[in-house]
Design a protein around this ligand. Sequence first.
Ligand code: GSH
Length: 169
Amino acid sequence: MTVKLHCFGESGNAYKAALTLELAGMNWEPTFVDFFAGAARSAEYHDLNVMAEAPVLVHGDFTLSQSGAIQQWVVDQTGKLGGAPEDKYEVLRWLLFDNHKMSSQAGVTRFLMNFLPEDKRPIAAIKFLQGRVMAALNTLDTHLEGRTWVVGKTMTIADIAKLRLPFLS
Ligand SMILES: N[C@@H](CCC(=O)N[C@@H](CS)C(=O)NCC(=O)O)C(=O)O
């Protein structure tokens, strides 16, 4: 059965889920969310995801939102990209760090910087958020000194979660 991922091209959170599905070799296809036309705020989308966010994964009668949860679901389905069993909670720790300190702040910063009309961009808030993102990147840089992967000796969903950061500019 084909996995459907409700997503849109500009979404870094959707990119994390899509890349995880792709690298794990799952059979999946995108379903376009017309986000900038307000589709995620529609009643129909509310039934799909009360959080009004993308991405959302649908597999038969199973529905799941939150990119980190989707990533873990892919690991559980395929046995890929989860790292060594003893590293499970270390992977989870970096996923939560990403969701709290990196992706969420990078997403808002990018929205304010690039998607708001120029005359509506709150420069002070953007600068503040850029500082928060840079602090999180410094934390990651420090952690990665002498390492190839965020956790263990192979690529895991913790690495994929951070690949969305190029979307910042
Ligand atoms: N923590 C969520 C964040 C999802 C998220 O914020 N997605 C954005 C699109 S990239 C969104 O739908 N934002 C709607 C909003 O914040 O109102 C995840 O990782 O999936």
